[in-house]
Design a protein around this ligand. Structure first.
Ligand SMILES: Cc1ncc(COP(=O)(O)O)c(C=O)c1O
Length: 445
């Protein structure tokens, strides 16, 4: 066995034995981050960066927030964890109540897990088992947008159509069908064309009818597609999808992992289209903003009657599913402190205001030949470049100028913490414009 000395201090040139997910093995120059405050993070070389991506869309209340740090430390000292099978802990109880209080009435009971992918996994299982408990054993199919992203575990990857994310992961579980993404195909292909055609409820109903509605358990959608390219369904289409699900006895699952807790300028992304005028989803999944990145935690919140139906499970009389650290007490304490900040500091309207500022500032970029589109909702904005290569070059140029932005394929995702100030937002937008200016269009298409 090779013994590896543990260095007391690591510099950028030292070896790095982390297997970096979603990253080319050969990629040179990775940042090593060591600290953060507000919207700024600092690397091991002493350079500061404006976080224009909220870590991975999760650092909603910024770094080093004393009240979250205090809540974590107090709970860790009192009772750091207990598995929620058979037992409750105070922070988990309080958090389940708090989530219910933020949602429309039928969404009441929460199952906790650790990541967004696990939440997808649990939501799909709950939907299928719920139909089964009603005697509808044939309802197993889950339909999701072709460009949606729901995570990397078995159900989550099966619900994803992108070959980049799923090739080689098979054999995949059966029973997943992809709905047309609500985006004009010609725009997506970067073609010059007149008049866009955006698939919506009419196409989705035809797809559901061709699968056979009696075999469909659930439709699983993000209110704004995040990793798939910051795509917002046209006004009215999600409400029409809700009606479609009602008509055909299908559960609607909203994946709010990226959009939940203020990101889009509403507490939940579905509220732009559902909730007030229409019905809410039947199940929602949340993660990222739930703890603002201070601890791993995810939640699946369901209608009260869905929860109650599991009393009829013949083997247990409950849900046969759970994780050792799902609803970890310290993570729940972090979430409660984060939700206090979101509400007390009015971060949901702040996200709407800063989002409008950024969308306005970034709209001018559409004049640049390298930029195909700028779009988004609240602080979830996509700047679509002509290619993935161009987006990666711009992200690198922005980093060199002290602003961290993530590229998902050709789309740069501008998603700063919800606490970002007007000045910081302006600085980030100007830096991005500057980074795009450095593109040599001959080399980066
Ligand atoms: C909408 C959505 N769902 C699910 C996931 C998966 O979450 P996790 O990375 O925590 O497994 C993500 C992650 O980016 C996401 O954006």
């Amino acid at each position: 066995m090779v013994t590896v000395p543990a260095p007391s201090h690591l510099s950028a040139s030292d070896s790095d034995r982390i297997w970096h997910p979603w990253t080319p093995i050969q990629q040179a120059q990775r940042l090593t981050l060591v600290s953060g405050r507000g919207c700024q993070v600092r690397d091991d070389q002493g350079h500061s960066y404006l976080d224009f991506r909220s870590g991975t869309l999760n650092a909603t209340v910024g770094y080093g927030h004393p009240s979250v740090v205090g809540a974590i430390s107090e709970q860790a000292a009192r009772l750091m964890t207990w598995d929620l099978a058979e037992v409750s802990t105070l922070p988990a109880r309080e958090l389940a109540d708090r989530i219910a209080s933020l949602l429309p009435a039928p969404l009441e009971y929460t199952l906790f897990c650790n990541s967004g992918s696990e939440a997808t996994e649990a939501a799909v299982k709950i939907a299928r088992m719920w139909h089964r408990l009603q005697g509808r054993r044939g309802r197993t199919v889950v339909m999701s947008f072709a460009d949606g992203y729901h995570g990397v575990t078995a159900a989550a990857i099966a619900a994803t159509a992108s070959p980049f994310r799923r090739d080689g992961a098979g054999p995949l579980p059966e029973g997943y069908v992809h709905l047309a993404t609500p985006r004009c195909a010609a725009c997506a292909a970067g073609e010059n064309h007149d008049g866009c055609t955006v698939p919506g409820a009419a196409e989705w109903e035809a797809q559901i009818l061709s699968v056979g509605p009696e075999s469909v358990a659930a439709v699983l959608v993000e209110p704004v597609l995040s990793v798939g390219g910051i795509i917002t369904p046209p006004p009215g289409e999600l409400a029409a999808l809700r009606a479609l699900c009602d008509r055909h006895g299908i559960l609607l699952i909203a994946d709010e992992v990226a959009t939940g807790f203020g990101r889009t300028g509403k507490m939940f992304g579905f509220e732009h289209d559902l909730g007030a005028n229409g019905r809410a989803p039947d199940i929602i999944t949340t993660a990222k903003g739930l703890t603002g990145g201070y601890a791993p935690l995810a939640a699946v919140t369901v209608r009260a009657d869905i929860h109650q139906a599991f009393a009829r499970d013949p083997l247990l009389g409950g849900l046969r599913h759970g994780h050792t650290t799902g609803g970890h007490a310290t993570a729940c304490a972090a979430a409660l402190a984060v939700l206090d900040i979101v509400e007390h500091d009015k971060l949901v309207p702040a996200a709407a205001a800063r989002g409008a500022q950024l969308l306005d500032a970034l709209a001018a970029l559409k004049e640049r030949p390298a930029v195909r589109d700028v779009r988004g909702r609240g602080l979830l904005i996509g700047v679509e470049m002509a290619s993935g290569e161009a987006a990666a070059l711009v992200a690198r140029a922005a980093q060199e100028r002290g602003v961290l932005i993530r590229a998902f394929g050709p789309v740069l995702t501008v998603a700063p913490p919800l606490i970002i100030s007007e000045e910081e937002a302006g600085h980030g937008a100007r830096t991005l414009a500057d980074a795009i200016r450095t593109l040599n269009m001959g080399g980066a298409r």
